[in-house]
Design a protein around this ligand. Structure first.
Ligand code: ATP
Length: 918
């Protein structure tokens, strides 16, 4: 089993892994990649040839790699041959010291098998899980656990230099996963499932019922399995539905799917790829899970994606908050088995394992273990981008500041943390890969180490150590093949851009100017080289060891593959510059030093004195570096003594070291202040961005409110105008009808005249009848009056007058000749009530009687209209008498002679109202 050759100073060991064709060899397209057979002294192939298909203008390209894995290579082959165990060994530093940082990265075109290699599939573990297994297996009893050692967490917090929020695994996992058995338990310390055994025949790793909270495979766990799928949004993907682009994807599985019709194999989601042919219910009709990554909460919310991240029963009204809990996975695949493999660790040291995860998305770093928070302005769940910077505790080394880190006490906890982080990574379905990673994922395993003999510091002694960082780069893709659009296309643009910078960076041998071009290259290369300031300050770190696995589909996209292979080949060329030791520096200076007598200037070729900082940037005021060399007394040329010469050489060298150190310190401070200024500007920019979003929201709301108000006003105005118009219309039509009626009336005038005549005749008849009746009444009255005493007739005489006495009544009165005194009051005229005899009345003559009658006649006639109106109401009692009825008839007769004016309805009402007043 070949391992890494430690003497190699190349930054990367670059391997190539070819993936088998997705639909089997029969369906594969033209193969453009040929693996050259191993050369004489090699046991494994190292070279490949790219033959451009159908394009003779392009040259055949040849690439060399550390090793080429052909399609048949297994996960275990890749694990062993890439030397992951050696990387772990370097991190654990079994021979003492802080160890060597390690980087394990995949690079490739989308869908070429990066995630498959590094994070595994449904039944096979990836390199990450295998590396974790080796780490925990190797540490054994030297690993300190939070449960066993309560002081561990505070001591790790105290020695962390990355401004991180540090949690113990049980506490962290409790916030992320639900535990069926402990769902009602308030405690935050969940029981951690343990591995209880392995079976080669059953790949998934199973936990005991006790560890499952008494829920074996047939218990609630089964429900979990049924829901252990998540839906990946294809909203902004225009990829047609194909075996590679199912609507429901299972790149991640511990999330919950409400549909129970989709089943899942007896495995949690996180570590398995779905085989494309299984996407449509392959063998067994089951929907196989894809590998690990799904859209983050904010992306899901933005896209309105239905995700399975909500626990059962909460999918309905549960808000899409990041505080949702995932179901605790119960099984993990256990193949390939590396039970026999372990590397040694430092027996004199104790270790702690701290895990963190983050992603680079659109050139920003986001923590995958910190839940997104709801933005007040946009109401969306967002993650805060983090900075990659040197911190107070780590001035010589950039770190991702502000991450959430989890201390894991065993493999199971580490796998669960990995699972939680992968759940948050952004993926989407494209035409090239149904579950394509849209970000560069970083999984960092810090192996903290301290000597057991350092117990003199107590339980809080400082921790050092190294880290293994696993990087799953997003795949480069061509929009035409991936059939992406909208946000997904923009994401692809950013991915391609960052990979282009990576290529440039590799081409320029990690030139500092290219290193800072994007976050990806910064993260990959910033700590790859020993820092000058660290060297000056004596904090020496070994250069990082790195393994890059380039994945390729020999039947895939020729141009994209060619580009990626070129990057891979470049990566192989990058070398780590050797850092000379202090002794080497002194010796070199001595060797190059001119004769001591003429030694008057500094030897540094790069730094000239006095050092003047460029530009207008304000640097901290430092004492100007002392011109040490000027103070060196020239070595006497005639001293002749070798020992003197050596002494003076050593003195000169020591002074030169002091000068260089001082200059380095000066530069470091200048650089720090530059960095601080840049970070401040960046955070200001971020806050301004947030502010802009808030402002935009407020302005939008204001505009909406104002618009609604104006709309209301306009609507009211419109309604009023409408009303007026309607009234006008009615009036207009009324007038028209009136005119029409009038014209009709004119036509019918002749007919009306005849009618009027008839009416008049009837009225005359009525009047005659009335006169007859009145006459009869008069007679009756006369007879009555004639029965009164003469004295009682006086008042009539007094009031009498002959006016109004009609000629017709006069003879009638004379005929009767009986003196009478009518007892009538004016008010009683309508009712014709008989008044009581007036006191002191005297006997009247026949003339008096006529006068009286004529007066009565006058009264009756003049009161007629009043009576007419009076009879229209039921409020008066006068209408109840028989006399009133008679009078009414009479009045009607009188009134009938007048021209009756037709009143409009309103006016009639007014008259009625007036009547009511009486
Ligand atoms: N060596 C392999 N053997 C079997 N299946 C593989 C292999 N490599 C990849 N696959 C399958 O191909 C599909 C795509 O692989 P994967 O998701 O790992 O691609 P990727 O390079 O990570 O893509 P992206 O960059 O878009 O995320 C998966 O279904 C995976 O299971």
């Amino acid at each position: 089993m070949p391992g890494l050759t430690p003497k190699n100073t190349n930054l990367f060991q670059v391997f190539l892994r070819l993936r088998p064709p997705p639909g089997g060899a029969a369906n594969a397209g033209e193969r453009f990649l040929t693996v050259e057979p191993a050369e004489d002294d090699d046991t494994t192939p190292k070279h490949i040839t790219l033959n451009p298909p159908n394009d003779r203008r392009r040259a055949v390209e040849k690439f060399a790699f550390t090793q080429v894995f052909e399609e048949e290579a297994t996960q275990l082959d890749v694990f062993h041959c890439t030397g992951v165990a050696d990387l772990v060994k370097g991190v654990l530093a079994p021979t003492g010291g802080d160890g060597t940082d390690a980087l394990l990265a995949t690079l490739g075109v989308t869908g070429s098998g990066k995630s498959h290699t590094i994070l595994g599939s449904r039944s096979q573990r990836g390199l990450t899980q295998l590396a974790l297994d080796v780490i925990f297996r190797s540490l054994g009893d030297n690993l300190v656990d939070c449960d066993a050692n309560p002081a561990l967490e505070p001591s790790i917090i105290a020695s962390d230099s990355s401004e991180a929020a540090i949690f113990s695994a049980p506490a962290f996992l409790d916030t992320v996963f639900t535990d069926p058995s402990t769902s009602f338990r308030a405690s935050s310390r969940a029981q951690t499932p343990m591995i209880v055994g392995s079976s080669r025949s059953s790949p998934p790793q199973t936990f005991s019922p006790q560890e499952q909270g008494q829920n074996g495979p047939s218990g609630p766990d089964c429900a979990w399995r049924e829901k252990s799928l998540r839906i990946v949004s294809r909203e902004d993907s225009v990829a047609p539905s194909s075996p590679l682009t199912p609507v429901i994807s299972s790149k991640i599985c511990d999330a919950v799917l409400s549909s129970r019709s989709i089943h899942f194999h007896n495995t949690p989601r996180g570590f398995w790829h779905r085989q494309p042919q299984q996407a449509h219910g392959g063998p067994g009709g089951k929907q196989a899970p894809k590998h690990f990554m799904a859209p983050t909460e904010s992306i899901r919310l933005k896209k309105g994606t239905k995700t399975a991240s909500q626990p059962q029963g909460e999918s309905g009204n549960r808000p899409q908050t990041p505080s949702r809990k995932l179901h605790r996975p119960s099984t993990f695949p256990q193949q390939p088995d590396i039970g026999a493999l372990s590397v040694s660790c430092d027996p004199s040291a104790e270790y702690a394992v701290v895990i963190s995860m983050y992603e680079v998305y659109n050139d920003r770093i986001f923590d995958l273990l910190t839940p997104a928070v709801k933005s007040a302005a946009t109401k969306e769940f967002r993650r805060r981008p983090l900075l990659f910077k040197p911190t107070e505790g780590s001035p010589d080394r950039k770190v991702v500041a502000g991450l959430r880190k989890v201390i894991c006490g065993n493999l199971q906890q580490a796998l669960m943390v990995l699972e939680a982080g992968l759940h948050e990574r952004r993926v989407t379905g494209t035409g090239s890969n149904s579950v394509s990673s849209r970000s560069h994922g970083f999984f960092s395993v810090e192996v903290k180490k301290r000597l057991k003999s350092n117990r003199k510091y107590g339980a809080n002694g400082p921790w050092n150590g190294s880290a293994l960082t696993v990087v799953d780069l997003a795949g480069s893709e061509r929009a035409r093949d991936a059939k992406t659009a909208g946000a997904t296309l923009a994401e692809a643009g950013k991915i391609n851009e960052s990979l282009m910078y990576l290529g440039q960076c590799l081409q320029m041998q990690s030139d500092a100017s290219h290193k800072d071009k994007c976050k990806l290259t910064e993260l990959l290369f910033s700590n790859s080289y020993p820092s000058a300031s660290a060297h000056a300050s004596g904090r020496h770190r070994n250069p990082q060891k790195a393994v890059m696995i380039v994945t390729a589909d020999p039947h895939g996209d020729y141009n994209a593959t060619s580009q990626i292979l070129r990057y891979g080949a470049l990566a192989r060329e990058v070398t780590v510059p050797r850092v000379p030791s202090i002794t080497q520096t002194i010796l070199a200076a001595t060797a190059q030093a001119p004769p001591a007598s003429s030694y008057t200037s500094p030897t540094s070729p790069t730094l000239t004195r006095p050092f003047s900082p460029p530009g207008s940037v304000k640097y901290p005021k430092l004492h100007s570096p002392p011109n040490i060399m000027r103070n060196i007394s020239p070595v006497s040329s005639n001293s002749g003594s070798t020992s003197d010469l050596h002494r003076s050489t050593m003195e000169a060298a020591a002074l030169e070291i002091a000068r260089l150190s001082e200059e380095a310190e000066y530069l470091r401070q200048a650089l720090d202040s530059e960095r601080a200024a840049r970070q401040e500007a960046e955070s200001h920019l971020l806050s301004m961005e947030d502010r802009m979003i808030e402002l935009e929201q407020v302005i939008r709301e204001d505009c909406t409110n104002e618009f609604e108000q104006r709309l209301d006003i306009e609507m009211a105005r419109w309604r009023a105008t409408m009303q007026v118009e309607m009234e006008r219309g009615e009036e207009h039509w009324g007038r028209k009808i009136e005119v029409f009626e009038r014209s009709l009336g004119m036509q019918m005038n002749g007919d009306e005249d005849e009618e009027d005549e008839d009416k008049e005749n009837m009225l005359v008849e009525d009047i005659h009848q009335e006169n007859e009746r009145l006459r009869w009444e008069n007679d009756a009255l006369r007879r009555e009056i004639s029965g009164f005493s003469p004295t009682k007739r006086m008042p009539l005489q007094e009031r009498g007058g002959e006016a109004g006495l009609s000629a017709r009544t006069r003879p009638a009165t004379a005929e009767t000749g009986s003196p009478r005194t009518p007892r009538m009051t004016r008010s009683g005229a309508g009712s014709r009530g008989v008044a009581p005899p007036a006191r002191g009345s005297r006997t009247t003559t026949g003339d008096d009687e006529h006068s009286l009658l004529s007066r009565m006649e006058m009264l009756r006639v003049s009161d007629a209209p009043t009576m007419t109106t009076t009879t229209t109401t039921t409020k008066t009692t006068r209408t109840t008498t028989a006399r009133a009825a008679t009078a009414r008839t009479s009045a009607t007769a009188t009134a009938s002679t007048r021209k009756v004016r037709r009143l409009p309805a309103k006016k009639w009402n007014a008259v009625n109202d007036d009547d009511d007043m009486f």
